[in-house]
Design a protein around this ligand. Structure first.
Ligand code: G4P
Ligand code: NA
Ligand code: NA
Length: 196
């Protein structure tokens, strides 16, 4: 998505070779118009799949899931994160290890909102190590639902997330794919380096 790539160059900041700051427009302050276009882009990519529900994880996936679900005319559900070890019968849950926070947590979704009849599209802001997204795909599997794919707004292609998902047979669509970065330079997949 050209507009997104240009915005990343303009307002994003590579803090290091691994961390991209986009909190001016994607995940702290949010550009509502760009967010709706992102939802439209995911809807266009997956429309022929007969998606019945969009899934994400709180917090920074929620607005993208909303925009995508609205464009597709279906509901979205966001998995809740908790430290909890309390496993309820009423929820599907999966363990996630956060590399950035170096801690385990659990994501869960009420069973009543994810039936085996669903055709699910997972959406999130970042595809990095894939930890949270792999957890979500596990939940979709546990529900016996059909996963049509994963949509990521920003993919850091040098991390293992895409590989993990593809190994599991999951279709992955990312709107901006970063091949590499360092302060002052962001290189997208299949493009020449762009200086910011
Ligand atoms: P993930 O690939 O499944 O997201 O897992 P990972 O453990 O690698 O990422 C942990 C958290 O850090 C995630 O947010 C993810 O969106 C975010 N993240 C990963 N790489 C970057 C980056 O380069 N820049 C920014 N700004 N965020 C990044 P989260 O902890 O699940 O929480 P929330 O922000 O959605 O509440
Ligand atoms: Na996230
Ligand atoms: Na995040």
């Amino acid at each position: 998505m050209k507009e997104l790539q240009e915005r990343i160059i303009r307002d994003g900041r590579a803090l290091s070779e691994t961390v991209l700051k986009v909190d001016a427009f994607l995940n702290h302050q949010v550009d509502a118009e760009l967010t709706m276009k992102i939802g439209q882009a995911f809807a266009d990519l997956f429309r022929s799949e007969g998606v019945t529900k969009v899934l994400t994880v709180e917090a920074s996936g929620i607005h993208f899931a909303l925009a995508t679900a609205y464009a597709l005319g279906v509901p979205f559900v966001y998995a809740k994160k908790k430290k909890a070890v309390t496993l309820s019968d009423d929820v599907f849950s999966a363990p996630v290890y956060s590399f950035t926070r170096q801690e385990h947590y659990q994501i869960s979704i009420a069973k009543q909102y994810l039936s085996s009849q669903e055709r699910v599209l997972i959406v999130d802001d970042f595809l990095a190590t894939g930890a949270a997204l792999v957890g979500l795909t596990q939940i979709v599997k546990d529900a016996g639902a059909h996963l049509v794919g994963v949509g990521a707004v920003v993919e850091k292609s040098f991390q293992e997330g895409r590989g993990l998902l593809e190994e599991a047979g999951v279709r992955v669509e990312s709107l901006a794919r970063i091949a590499s970065m360092k302060p002052g330079e962001i290189q997208f997949v299949e493009s020449s380096p762009v200086h910011s």
